[in-house]
Design a protein around this ligand. Structure first.
Ligand SMILES: Nc1ncnc2c1ncn2[C@@H]1O[C@H](COP(=O)(O)OP(=O)(O)O)[C@@H](O)[C@H]1O
Ligand SMILES: [Mg+2]
Length: 330
């Protein structure tokens, strides 16, 4: 067990995943307190204003003196933030500038993995299979990677916000309009027909994979916002009901994707397993949902690592990286 630490838990944030972050952060803060750590919760409201739990002092989207003091005074920060302005390297950059140790991936890995287009390019280069896609910028003529159906998604978002399936040209136009309302870069991706699985990864230089979890939905649909966050919207089955070869392949690809993107600390790697057994990496979340009942925690619990031990390891990984990098000359 790590010695008693002062941990700054960052919660909320400007993205559409604000509420999800609040829940994860509450769960993390409570567990850290149970573990005997000193916790200060730094709240970022939906406008991006920082405060220590209460109402933000002023309208600036920067930490004021009170918050800055809490961050610099912490032994480690835990940015429990999802999506843009939190999981995308921006907050990680602020913590780097301030010299504060923090949980999770650094600036480059965070922003790379937030961008589904750049992320896939790096994976392709590493020989990791990913679904085929076309990437469109605002104003460009629409294209598909080879007919229909397709999935259309904003390049840099999460929680299925702005994503839709299109089965023909008319639906494609509507799907593009929706996605472009959230980002000026959009992916049009071939629909992969298969089982959706997720693998947790934990570590810095020697990352380990959790067992493979299978996302089971009650109906015919896909894993949309509703399925992710409503009661009974999704059931996680661990281990996934796929052949042993495919499960080992999913774990191998999860660790390879983590390393290729230069992630640190934790990640949840989401994949499809096709009927022919081929595994394709869909995306990597550098700060997955983090309540005690979130997929990431459940996957490691299945591996015999309970929530509090998971948090303990993440704090240790954050401190180890901070110490190692502190010895470098720039
Ligand atoms: N190429 C695809 N083929 C089939 N389903 C997809 C595809 N891309 C996305 N989906 C569905 O949409 C969901 C959300 O897409 P994802 O790329 O994971 O975005 P987010 O970052 O919002 O979670 C997936 O969990 C899956 O159910
Ligand atoms: Mg996803």
């Amino acid at each position: 067990m790590t010695r008693r630490l002062r941990v700054a838990v960052l919660s909320g944030g400007r993205s559409s995943e604000h509420e999800v972050s609040l829940e994860s952060a509450r769960s993390v803060a409570k567990a850290l307190e149970r573990m005997g750590h000193g916790v200060v919760v730094v709240a970022i409201d939906p406008e991006g204003r920082w405060s220590l739990g209460g109402s933000p002092a002023g309208a600036a989207r920067l930490p004021g003196p009170e918050v800055a003091e809490a961050l610099v005074g912490a032994d480690v920060a835990f940015p429990v933030l999802h999506g843009p302005f939190g999981e995308d390297g921006t907050v990680q950059g602020l913590l780097e500038l301030a010299g504060v140790a923090y949980v999770g991936s650094g600036v480059a890995a965070s922003s790379l993995c937030m961008d589904k287009d750049l992320f896939k390019a790096v994976l392709r280069d590493a020989g990791i299979p990913v679904p085929r896609n076309e990437t469109l910028r605002a104003g460009e003529e629409s294209r598909t990677p080879g007919g229909f159906p397709v999935f259309v998604k904003p390049a840099r978002l999460g929680s299925s916000v702005g994503i839709s399936r299109a089965d023909d040209e008319a639906e494609l136009e509507a799907a593009l309009a929706l996605a472009f309302a959230h980002d000026d870069k959009v992916l049009v991706e071939e629909l992969v027909d298969g089982v959706e699985v997720e693998v947790g990864v934990l570590g810095n230089d020697e990352p380990v994979a959790s067992p493979v979890g299978e996302i089971v939905l009650p109906g015919e649909g896909w894993y949309d916002y509703e399925a992710k966050y409503s009661e009974g919207g999704m059931e996680l089955v661990v281990p996934a009901r796929i052949p042993g070869d495919a499960a080992r392949r999913a774990q191998e690809l999860a660790v390879r994707a983590f390393a290729a993107a230069e992630c640190e600390g934790l990640a949840r790697v989401d994949m499809f397993v096709r009927g022919d057994g081929e595994v394709l990496v869909n995306e990597l979340n550098t700060m997955p949902g983090f309540t005690a009942t979130s997929v990431y925690a459940k996957l490691f619990e299945a591996a015999g690592v309970p929530y509090e031990e998971l948090l303990d390891r993440l704090l240790q990984l954050a401190l180890a990286r901070h110490e190692r990098r502190g010895g470098l000359r720039y």
